[in-house]
Design a protein around this ligand. Sequence first.
Ligand code: PGA
Length: 246
Amino acid sequence: MRRKLVVGNWKMHGSHPANAELLAGILGARPFNTDVAVCVPFPYLSETAVTLAGSELRWGAQDVSAHEQGAYTGEVSAAMLAEFGCRYAIVGHSERRAYHAESDQLVADKAKAALARGVTPIVCVGETLQQREAGETEAVVKRQLSAVIHTLTHCIGEIVVAYEPVWAIGTGRTASPEQAQQVHALLRAQLLAATPHAADMRLLYGGSVKPDNAATLFAQADIDGGLIGGAALKAADFAAICRAAE
Ligand code: PGA
């Protein structure tokens, strides 16, 4: 039985007062009978670590460098994230693939760098609307995951995968539970061919998850929780989504 995981992706939102209020709200809504984490902007990792220390809530980053250290201005290494107690790092979010031209191989290298420092990568895959309408969904997500499988080889069982159809992110347009499950089943089958641990791996769904649609999404056989954007910025909504995963 896989324990569900709900991860808040704050994206580029936050401020000292807003973060304090949000984290206090989430802490106050506990206990959750599910795993819960927040992925915050880099400058707020320190205060998040302090605020959540001693709780069962986890925290993480939204990106990580593929490099260990060196002359990479603006990059943040996995070793640095580990120093702040990060459990997770999102890699390959569609916004990074689109706005920062991250390739499948770079995403895989980032996942590898994170794992090497004990930070669990949450690897995002997903098709655009154009790709879905052209019937390319399966080929696209398989290609994206395949790069990670080949790069991580025997460690692939240690990652978290997030299926996030690009057309559902921040649009209010959610994949139907059946559409999401269909892709999750494909991803699970691809992972099963690569590792005996695939049955224990957590596959999250992301894209306009809200309190009113979370439960039906999370009830699908291969959906093990969610990666939550907009709704993760309101403590009450995020807590309700965590409850839906219990
Ligand atoms: P959304 O974002 O919940 O606002 O659609 C999800 C994500 O991008 O991770």
